[in-house]
Design a protein around this ligand. Sequence first.
Ligand SMILES: C[S@@+](CC[C@H](N)C(=O)[O-])C[C@H]1O[C@@H](n2cnc3c(N)ncnc32)[C@H](O)[C@@H]1O
Ligand code: SF4
Length: 430
Amino acid sequence: MTKAPQSEAYEQRTNWPPYTYRDYPDIKPETYKAFMEFLETENTTGRLMELQPWISVCDSRCAFCYFPTTASSKVQLGDYLELLKKELEMYAKTKYVQTSVFDEIVLGGGTPSVLSAEQMIDLIDFCKERFTTSKEYFIKVTGSSKTLALNKIDKLAAYGVYQMDMGAQTFDDKLRKMLCLPDSAADVEKAIRHARNLDLCVCVDLMYNLPGQTMESWINTLKKTIELDVEVDAYSLHVDPGTPLETMIKRGISPPQGDAEYEKEMYLAAYKMLTEAGYKAVGHDRYSRVEWHMRENCLNGWPWGGILTTGAGCFMGYMQRFSYSNLEDVNDYMSTVKAGKLPIHRLSESTDEDMMSREMSRLYLRLPVSKQEFMEKFGKLPEDVFPQQLKNLKEKGLIEIDDKEVRITKQGEVWKGNIAWEFAQKPASN
Ligand SMILES: C[S@@+](CC[C@H](N)C(=O)[O-])C[C@H]1O[C@@H](n2cnc3c(N)ncnc32)[C@H](O)[C@@H]1O
Ligand code: SF4
Protein backbone atom coordinates (compact mmCIF):
# COMPACT_ATOMS: atom_id res chain seq x y z
CA MET A 1 0.00 0.00 0.00
CA THR A 2 1.37 3.45 -0.87
CA LYS A 3 2.11 5.85 1.91
CA ALA A 4 -0.67 8.39 2.34
CA PRO A 5 0.44 12.02 2.81
CA GLN A 6 -1.30 12.21 6.19
CA SER A 7 1.20 9.73 7.63
CA GLU A 8 3.37 12.80 8.40
CA ALA A 9 0.84 14.42 10.78
CA TYR A 10 1.91 12.47 13.89
CA GLU A 11 4.20 9.55 14.52
CA GLN A 12 1.33 7.31 15.52
CA ARG A 13 -2.39 7.40 15.91
CA THR A 14 -3.83 7.91 19.37
CA ASN A 15 -7.01 5.90 19.68
CA TRP A 16 -7.76 6.56 23.34
CA PRO A 17 -9.43 9.96 23.79
CA PRO A 18 -8.94 12.33 26.72
CA TYR A 19 -11.56 12.62 29.48
CA THR A 20 -12.12 8.94 30.08
CA TYR A 21 -12.53 7.34 33.47
CA ARG A 22 -8.81 6.60 33.58
CA ASP A 23 -8.25 10.31 34.11
CA TYR A 24 -10.95 10.87 36.73
CA PRO A 25 -9.80 11.42 40.30
CA ASP A 26 -10.81 9.01 43.07
CA ILE A 27 -14.00 10.14 44.71
CA LYS A 28 -13.62 12.88 47.35
CA PRO A 29 -16.29 13.67 49.98
CA GLU A 30 -16.75 17.22 48.67
CA THR A 31 -17.24 16.06 45.06
CA TYR A 32 -19.68 13.36 46.18
CA LYS A 33 -21.62 16.04 48.08
CA ALA A 34 -21.61 18.35 45.05
CA PHE A 35 -22.84 15.46 42.86
CA MET A 36 -25.65 14.63 45.30
CA GLU A 37 -26.67 18.30 45.33
CA PHE A 38 -26.57 18.36 41.55
CA LEU A 39 -28.86 15.31 41.44
CA GLU A 40 -31.43 17.33 43.38
CA THR A 41 -31.59 20.00 40.67
CA GLU A 42 -33.89 19.96 37.66
CA ASN A 43 -32.67 18.77 34.28
CA THR A 44 -33.38 21.79 32.10
CA THR A 45 -31.12 20.80 29.19
CA GLY A 46 -34.01 19.46 27.14
CA ARG A 47 -31.71 16.70 25.88
CA LEU A 48 -32.51 13.02 25.92
CA MET A 49 -30.40 10.69 28.03
CA GLU A 50 -29.23 7.09 27.84
CA LEU A 51 -29.80 4.58 30.64
CA GLN A 52 -27.06 1.99 30.78
CA PRO A 53 -27.17 -0.73 33.47
CA TRP A 54 -24.09 -2.96 33.32
CA ILE A 55 -23.84 -6.67 33.95
CA SER A 56 -20.07 -6.72 34.38
CA VAL A 57 -19.89 -10.48 34.34
CA CYS A 58 -18.46 -12.86 31.72
CA ASP A 59 -18.33 -16.63 31.43
CA SER A 60 -14.72 -16.51 30.29
CA ARG A 61 -12.02 -13.90 29.92
CA CYS A 62 -10.93 -12.78 26.45
CA ALA A 63 -7.15 -12.32 26.42
CA PHE A 64 -7.21 -8.68 25.32
CA CYS A 65 -10.09 -7.30 27.37
CA TYR A 66 -9.58 -4.33 29.69
CA PHE A 67 -13.17 -4.20 30.93
CA PRO A 68 -13.50 -4.70 34.69
CA THR A 69 -15.53 -7.88 34.67
CA THR A 70 -15.91 -10.77 37.10
CA ALA A 71 -16.21 -14.47 36.24
CA SER A 72 -19.83 -15.64 36.35
CA SER A 73 -18.77 -18.53 38.61
CA LYS A 74 -17.89 -15.95 41.30
CA VAL A 75 -21.11 -13.92 41.22
CA GLN A 76 -24.55 -14.68 42.60
CA LEU A 77 -26.40 -13.18 39.67
CA GLY A 78 -29.73 -12.98 41.54
CA ASP A 79 -28.16 -10.90 44.35
CA TYR A 80 -26.28 -8.75 41.86
CA LEU A 81 -29.49 -7.98 39.97
CA GLU A 82 -31.31 -7.03 43.16
CA LEU A 83 -28.58 -4.56 44.08
CA LEU A 84 -28.35 -3.24 40.53
CA LYS A 85 -32.04 -2.43 40.79
CA LYS A 86 -31.45 -0.81 44.16
CA GLU A 87 -28.79 1.46 42.64
CA LEU A 88 -31.10 2.31 39.72
CA GLU A 89 -33.83 3.11 42.23
CA MET A 90 -31.51 5.47 44.12
CA TYR A 91 -30.98 7.49 40.95
CA ALA A 92 -34.64 7.21 39.92
CA LYS A 93 -35.68 8.99 43.13
CA THR A 94 -33.54 12.07 42.46
CA LYS A 95 -35.01 15.25 41.00
CA TYR A 96 -32.52 15.34 38.13
CA VAL A 97 -33.48 11.89 36.95
CA GLN A 98 -37.18 12.47 37.54
CA THR A 99 -36.97 15.47 35.22
CA SER A 100 -34.94 13.56 32.59
CA VAL A 101 -36.20 11.63 29.59
CA PHE A 102 -34.36 8.58 28.26
CA ASP A 103 -34.40 7.48 24.65
CA GLU A 104 -32.16 4.44 25.05
CA ILE A 105 -32.05 1.58 27.52
CA VAL A 106 -28.80 -0.28 26.98
CA LEU A 107 -27.82 -3.41 28.87
CA GLY A 108 -24.04 -3.25 28.79
CA GLY A 109 -21.06 -4.79 30.50
CA GLY A 110 -19.66 -7.33 30.45
CA THR A 111 -22.04 -9.68 28.86
CA PRO A 112 -25.67 -9.27 29.92
CA SER A 113 -26.25 -12.40 27.85
CA VAL A 114 -24.95 -14.44 30.83
CA LEU A 115 -28.43 -13.78 32.23
CA SER A 116 -31.47 -15.72 31.15
CA ALA A 117 -33.78 -13.95 28.69
CA GLU A 118 -36.32 -13.65 31.52
CA GLN A 119 -33.77 -11.91 33.79
CA MET A 120 -32.79 -9.46 31.04
CA ILE A 121 -36.46 -8.70 30.31
CA ASP A 122 -37.24 -8.25 33.99
CA LEU A 123 -34.39 -5.73 34.29
CA ILE A 124 -35.57 -3.80 31.23
CA ASP A 125 -39.14 -3.83 32.58
CA PHE A 126 -37.83 -2.38 35.83
CA CYS A 127 -36.06 0.42 33.93
CA LYS A 128 -39.18 1.18 31.89
CA GLU A 129 -41.25 1.38 35.04
CA ARG A 130 -38.92 3.61 37.07
CA PHE A 131 -37.57 5.98 34.37
CA THR A 132 -39.34 8.21 31.88
CA THR A 133 -38.73 7.09 28.32
CA SER A 134 -39.28 9.13 25.17
CA LYS A 135 -41.98 8.24 22.69
CA GLU A 136 -39.51 6.54 20.36
CA TYR A 137 -37.00 5.07 22.81
CA PHE A 138 -35.19 1.89 21.92
CA ILE A 139 -33.60 -1.02 23.73
CA LYS A 140 -30.17 -2.48 23.10
CA VAL A 141 -28.62 -5.55 24.65
CA THR A 142 -24.93 -6.44 24.60
CA GLY A 143 -24.19 -10.08 24.15
CA SER A 144 -21.47 -12.45 23.22
CA SER A 145 -22.34 -15.39 21.03
CA LYS A 146 -20.62 -17.58 23.63
CA THR A 147 -23.56 -16.96 25.99
CA LEU A 148 -26.24 -15.89 23.58
CA ALA A 149 -28.26 -19.02 22.92
CA LEU A 150 -30.53 -18.65 19.91
CA ASN A 151 -33.69 -19.01 21.99
CA LYS A 152 -32.57 -16.02 24.11
CA ILE A 153 -32.38 -13.97 20.92
CA ASP A 154 -35.92 -15.14 20.00
CA LYS A 155 -37.29 -14.00 23.36
CA LEU A 156 -35.51 -10.65 23.27
CA ALA A 157 -36.75 -9.97 19.74
CA ALA A 158 -40.31 -10.90 20.70
CA TYR A 159 -40.07 -8.58 23.71
CA GLY A 160 -39.13 -5.61 21.54
CA VAL A 161 -35.35 -5.32 21.82
CA TYR A 162 -34.20 -3.24 18.86
CA GLN A 163 -30.48 -3.94 18.68
CA MET A 164 -27.98 -6.60 19.73
CA ASP A 165 -24.39 -5.44 20.24
CA MET A 166 -22.03 -8.36 19.79
CA GLY A 167 -18.30 -8.59 20.30
CA ALA A 168 -17.41 -10.51 17.14
CA GLN A 169 -13.77 -9.23 17.16
CA THR A 170 -12.61 -11.32 14.17
CA PHE A 171 -13.95 -14.04 11.89
CA ASP A 172 -10.52 -15.68 11.73
CA ASP A 173 -10.59 -18.86 13.85
CA LYS A 174 -6.83 -18.97 14.28
CA LEU A 175 -6.86 -15.50 15.82
CA ARG A 176 -9.97 -16.30 17.87
CA LYS A 177 -8.15 -19.18 19.49
CA MET A 178 -5.13 -17.07 20.28
CA LEU A 179 -7.39 -14.40 21.87
CA CYS A 180 -9.11 -17.07 24.05
CA LEU A 181 -12.46 -16.57 22.36
CA PRO A 182 -14.15 -19.90 23.04
CA ASP A 183 -16.69 -19.85 20.22
CA SER A 184 -15.90 -20.20 16.54
CA ALA A 185 -16.43 -17.70 13.73
CA ALA A 186 -19.25 -19.98 12.52
CA ASP A 187 -20.98 -19.64 15.94
CA VAL A 188 -20.77 -15.86 15.78
CA GLU A 189 -22.10 -15.88 12.24
CA LYS A 190 -24.97 -18.16 13.22
CA ALA A 191 -26.04 -15.89 16.10
CA ILE A 192 -25.85 -12.81 13.86
CA ARG A 193 -27.83 -14.42 11.03
CA HIS A 194 -30.43 -15.59 13.52
CA ALA A 195 -30.84 -12.07 14.94
CA ARG A 196 -30.93 -10.48 11.49
CA ASN A 197 -33.60 -12.96 10.36
CA LEU A 198 -35.71 -11.76 13.28
CA ASP A 199 -35.24 -8.21 12.00
CA LEU A 200 -33.04 -7.20 14.90
CA CYS A 201 -30.40 -4.61 14.20
CA VAL A 202 -26.94 -5.97 15.03
CA CYS A 203 -23.82 -3.94 15.75
CA VAL A 204 -20.58 -5.92 15.96
CA ASP A 205 -17.33 -4.95 17.63
CA LEU A 206 -14.32 -5.77 15.48
CA MET A 207 -10.69 -5.36 16.37
CA TYR A 208 -7.70 -4.71 14.14
CA ASN A 209 -3.94 -4.76 14.54
CA LEU A 210 -4.29 -7.99 16.50
CA PRO A 211 -1.04 -9.92 17.02
CA GLY A 212 -0.41 -12.01 13.92
CA GLN A 213 -3.38 -10.52 12.02
CA THR A 214 -2.57 -10.22 8.34
CA MET A 215 -4.15 -7.61 6.11
CA GLU A 216 -5.85 -10.49 4.29
CA SER A 217 -7.40 -11.76 7.52
CA TRP A 218 -8.67 -8.25 8.38
CA ILE A 219 -10.14 -7.78 4.91
CA ASN A 220 -11.90 -11.16 5.11
CA THR A 221 -13.41 -10.20 8.46
CA LEU A 222 -14.64 -6.92 6.96
CA LYS A 223 -16.07 -8.75 3.92
CA LYS A 224 -17.98 -11.14 6.17
CA THR A 225 -19.28 -8.22 8.23
CA ILE A 226 -20.57 -6.42 5.14
CA GLU A 227 -22.16 -9.64 3.89
CA LEU A 228 -23.96 -10.09 7.23
CA ASP A 229 -25.35 -6.55 6.90
CA VAL A 230 -24.51 -5.35 10.37
CA GLU A 231 -23.32 -2.07 11.87
CA VAL A 232 -19.70 -1.99 13.00
CA ASP A 233 -17.57 -0.60 15.80
CA ALA A 234 -13.98 -1.12 14.59
CA TYR A 235 -11.46 -0.77 17.41
CA SER A 236 -7.72 -0.75 17.18
CA LEU A 237 -6.41 -3.25 19.73
CA HIS A 238 -4.77 -1.62 22.71
CA VAL A 239 -2.62 -4.08 24.62
CA ASP A 240 -3.53 -3.14 28.15
CA PRO A 241 -1.19 -3.70 31.09
CA GLY A 242 -2.33 -6.62 33.20
CA THR A 243 -4.26 -8.40 30.44
CA PRO A 244 -3.37 -12.02 29.60
CA LEU A 245 -2.48 -10.84 26.10
CA GLU A 246 0.21 -8.54 27.45
CA THR A 247 1.79 -11.49 29.26
CA MET A 248 1.51 -13.69 26.18
CA ILE A 249 3.31 -11.08 24.06
CA LYS A 250 5.99 -10.53 26.73
CA ARG A 251 6.64 -14.27 26.93
CA GLY A 252 6.73 -14.69 23.16
CA ILE A 253 3.66 -16.98 23.18
CA SER A 254 1.95 -14.45 20.97
CA PRO A 255 3.60 -12.32 18.29
CA PRO A 256 3.61 -8.54 18.93
CA GLN A 257 1.19 -6.15 17.31
CA GLY A 258 1.95 -4.50 13.98
CA ASP A 259 3.73 -1.13 14.08
CA ALA A 260 2.09 2.31 13.89
CA GLU A 261 2.18 2.38 10.10
CA TYR A 262 0.57 -1.05 9.81
CA GLU A 263 -2.11 -0.04 12.30
CA LYS A 264 -2.90 3.04 10.22
CA GLU A 265 -3.05 1.00 7.01
CA MET A 266 -5.56 -1.32 8.65
CA TYR A 267 -7.68 1.64 9.72
CA LEU A 268 -7.55 3.04 6.19
CA ALA A 269 -8.42 -0.35 4.65
CA ALA A 270 -11.52 -0.58 6.85
CA TYR A 271 -12.50 3.00 6.12
CA LYS A 272 -12.21 2.38 2.37
CA MET A 273 -14.00 -0.96 2.30
CA LEU A 274 -16.84 0.08 4.57
CA THR A 275 -17.47 3.48 3.00
CA GLU A 276 -17.42 1.87 -0.46
CA ALA A 277 -20.04 -0.59 0.82
CA GLY A 278 -22.30 2.34 1.75
CA TYR A 279 -21.35 2.79 5.40
CA LYS A 280 -20.69 6.18 6.91
CA ALA A 281 -17.98 6.64 9.53
CA VAL A 282 -19.67 8.19 12.56
CA GLY A 283 -18.79 8.76 16.20
CA HIS A 284 -15.38 7.55 17.29
CA ASP A 285 -15.27 4.09 15.74
CA ARG A 286 -18.73 3.36 14.32
CA TYR A 287 -19.65 2.59 10.71
CA SER A 288 -23.36 2.78 10.05
CA ARG A 289 -25.65 2.36 7.07
CA VAL A 290 -28.80 3.43 8.93
CA GLU A 291 -29.39 7.15 8.65
CA TRP A 292 -31.36 7.67 11.87
CA HIS A 293 -28.78 5.77 13.93
CA MET A 294 -26.46 8.68 13.32
CA ARG A 295 -28.63 10.79 15.61
CA GLU A 296 -27.97 8.38 18.47
CA ASN A 297 -26.82 9.94 21.74
CA CYS A 298 -23.39 8.40 21.91
CA LEU A 299 -22.56 9.52 18.37
CA ASN A 300 -23.53 13.10 18.98
CA GLY A 301 -20.77 14.17 21.21
CA TRP A 302 -20.35 16.82 23.79
CA PRO A 303 -22.62 18.13 24.98
CA TRP A 304 -24.91 15.18 24.58
CA GLY A 305 -27.69 14.62 27.08
CA GLY A 306 -25.74 12.29 29.31
CA ILE A 307 -25.45 8.65 30.27
CA LEU A 308 -26.79 7.32 33.52
CA THR A 309 -24.82 4.14 33.97
CA THR A 310 -25.02 1.71 36.87
CA GLY A 311 -23.52 -1.62 37.94
CA ALA A 312 -20.11 -2.79 39.09
CA GLY A 313 -17.25 -1.34 37.03
CA CYS A 314 -19.37 0.85 34.75
CA PHE A 315 -17.30 3.77 33.55
CA MET A 316 -19.27 5.88 31.14
CA GLY A 317 -21.41 7.87 33.56
CA TYR A 318 -21.85 11.45 32.54
CA MET A 319 -24.30 14.21 33.48
CA GLN A 320 -23.43 17.79 32.62
CA ARG A 321 -20.22 18.63 34.52
CA PHE A 322 -20.03 15.31 36.32
CA SER A 323 -18.41 12.14 34.99
CA TYR A 324 -18.11 8.98 37.05
CA SER A 325 -17.14 5.34 37.15
CA ASN A 326 -18.27 2.75 39.69
CA LEU A 327 -16.43 0.41 42.03
CA GLU A 328 -15.04 -2.48 40.00
CA ASP A 329 -14.98 -5.24 42.56
CA VAL A 330 -18.41 -6.87 42.60
CA ASN A 331 -18.33 -7.49 46.36
CA ASP A 332 -17.33 -3.89 47.14
CA TYR A 333 -20.03 -2.72 44.76
CA MET A 334 -22.71 -4.88 46.35
CA SER A 335 -21.84 -3.98 49.94
CA THR A 336 -21.76 -0.24 49.13
CA VAL A 337 -25.19 -0.33 47.47
CA LYS A 338 -26.53 -2.46 50.33
CA ALA A 339 -25.38 0.32 52.70
CA GLY A 340 -27.45 2.81 50.70
CA LYS A 341 -24.56 4.70 49.07
CA LEU A 342 -23.97 5.33 45.39
CA PRO A 343 -21.15 2.91 44.50
CA ILE A 344 -19.03 5.52 42.74
CA HIS A 345 -15.29 4.96 42.58
CA ARG A 346 -14.10 7.91 40.51
CA LEU A 347 -15.90 11.19 40.09
CA SER A 348 -14.84 14.25 38.18
CA GLU A 349 -16.44 17.68 38.13
CA SER A 350 -15.34 19.65 35.10
CA THR A 351 -14.13 23.22 35.38
CA ASP A 352 -15.03 25.85 32.75
CA GLU A 353 -11.68 25.18 31.04
CA ASP A 354 -12.44 21.44 30.92
CA MET A 355 -15.84 22.16 29.43
CA MET A 356 -14.26 24.22 26.66
CA SER A 357 -11.77 21.45 25.90
CA ARG A 358 -14.57 18.89 25.96
CA GLU A 359 -16.56 20.98 23.51
CA MET A 360 -13.55 20.75 21.16
CA SER A 361 -13.50 16.97 21.57
CA ARG A 362 -16.61 16.94 19.35
CA LEU A 363 -13.97 16.81 16.59
CA TYR A 364 -12.97 13.37 17.91
CA LEU A 365 -16.52 12.24 17.13
CA ARG A 366 -16.25 13.77 13.63
CA LEU A 367 -18.70 16.52 14.63
CA PRO A 368 -18.27 20.25 13.98
CA VAL A 369 -17.82 22.79 16.79
CA SER A 370 -20.31 25.60 16.26
CA LYS A 371 -18.77 29.01 16.94
CA GLN A 372 -22.14 30.46 17.93
CA GLU A 373 -22.81 27.70 20.49
CA PHE A 374 -19.29 28.02 21.85
CA MET A 375 -19.78 31.80 22.23
CA GLU A 376 -23.17 31.35 23.90
CA LYS A 377 -21.73 28.94 26.43
CA PHE A 378 -18.36 30.44 27.18
CA GLY A 379 -18.52 34.08 26.00
CA LYS A 380 -15.51 33.48 23.75
CA LEU A 381 -14.74 31.93 20.38
CA PRO A 382 -12.70 28.73 19.96
CA GLU A 383 -9.91 30.76 18.36
CA ASP A 384 -9.75 33.05 21.43
CA VAL A 385 -9.19 30.04 23.69
CA PHE A 386 -7.13 27.72 21.48
CA PRO A 387 -5.35 30.00 18.95
CA GLN A 388 -2.15 27.98 18.65
CA GLN A 389 -3.79 24.55 18.48
CA LEU A 390 -6.21 25.67 15.77
CA LYS A 391 -3.45 27.34 13.75
CA ASN A 392 -1.23 24.24 13.88
CA LEU A 393 -4.03 21.82 13.00
CA LYS A 394 -5.17 24.03 10.13
CA GLU A 395 -1.64 24.22 8.75
CA LYS A 396 -1.42 20.43 8.91
CA GLY A 397 -4.67 20.21 6.89
CA LEU A 398 -6.44 18.36 9.70
CA ILE A 399 -9.19 20.92 10.36
CA GLU A 400 -11.07 23.62 8.48
CA ILE A 401 -12.41 26.82 10.01
CA ASP A 402 -14.99 29.20 8.59
CA ASP A 403 -17.32 31.86 10.03
CA LYS A 404 -19.67 29.27 11.47
CA GLU A 405 -17.67 26.29 12.68
CA VAL A 406 -14.49 24.32 13.18
CA ARG A 407 -14.63 20.91 11.51
CA ILE A 408 -12.36 17.99 10.96
CA THR A 409 -11.12 17.24 7.41
CA LYS A 410 -11.02 13.78 5.86
CA GLN A 411 -7.29 13.71 6.59
CA GLY A 412 -8.04 14.83 10.13
CA GLU A 413 -10.32 11.86 10.73
CA VAL A 414 -7.31 9.55 10.67
CA TRP A 415 -5.80 11.57 13.52
CA LYS A 416 -8.93 12.47 15.46
CA GLY A 417 -7.60 10.97 18.72
CA ASN A 418 -4.40 13.01 18.43
CA ILE A 419 -6.47 16.12 17.63
CA ALA A 420 -8.64 15.68 20.73
CA TRP A 421 -5.53 15.49 22.91
CA GLU A 422 -4.29 18.82 21.48
CA PHE A 423 -7.18 20.54 23.26
CA ALA A 424 -7.04 18.54 26.46
CA GLN A 425 -6.11 20.34 29.63
CA LYS A 426 -2.55 19.86 30.73
CA PRO A 427 -2.44 18.80 34.39
CA ALA A 428 -2.09 21.91 36.55
CA SER A 429 1.48 22.28 37.82
CA ASN A 430 1.76 22.76 41.58
C1 LIG B 1 -17.65 -4.89 26.89
S1 LIG B 1 -17.14 -5.48 25.35
C2 LIG B 1 -18.77 -5.75 24.72
C3 LIG B 1 -18.99 -7.00 23.98
C4 LIG B 1 -19.26 -8.29 24.76
N1 LIG B 1 -18.74 -8.30 26.06
C5 LIG B 1 -18.64 -9.38 23.94
O1 LIG B 1 -17.47 -9.67 24.17
O2 LIG B 1 -19.31 -9.87 23.04
C6 LIG B 1 -16.71 -4.09 24.40
C7 LIG B 1 -15.72 -4.25 23.30
O3 LIG B 1 -14.53 -3.56 23.63
C8 LIG B 1 -13.51 -3.99 22.77
N2 LIG B 1 -12.28 -4.16 23.53
C9 LIG B 1 -12.09 -4.82 24.67
N3 LIG B 1 -10.79 -4.79 25.04
C10 LIG B 1 -10.15 -4.07 24.09
C11 LIG B 1 -8.79 -3.67 23.90
N4 LIG B 1 -7.85 -4.02 24.76
N5 LIG B 1 -8.50 -2.91 22.82
C12 LIG B 1 -9.46 -2.54 21.95
N6 LIG B 1 -10.74 -2.89 22.07
C13 LIG B 1 -11.10 -3.65 23.12
C14 LIG B 1 -13.97 -5.33 22.19
O4 LIG B 1 -14.20 -5.17 20.81
C15 LIG B 1 -15.24 -5.62 22.95
O5 LIG B 1 -16.17 -6.33 22.18
S1 SF4 C 1 -14.62 -8.82 25.41
FE1 SF4 C 1 -16.66 -9.06 26.26
S2 SF4 C 1 -16.83 -11.27 26.75
FE2 SF4 C 1 -14.67 -10.85 26.45
S3 SF4 C 1 -13.92 -10.50 28.53
FE3 SF4 C 1 -14.41 -8.48 27.62
S4 SF4 C 1 -16.46 -8.04 28.26
FE4 SF4 C 1 -16.13 -10.24 28.60
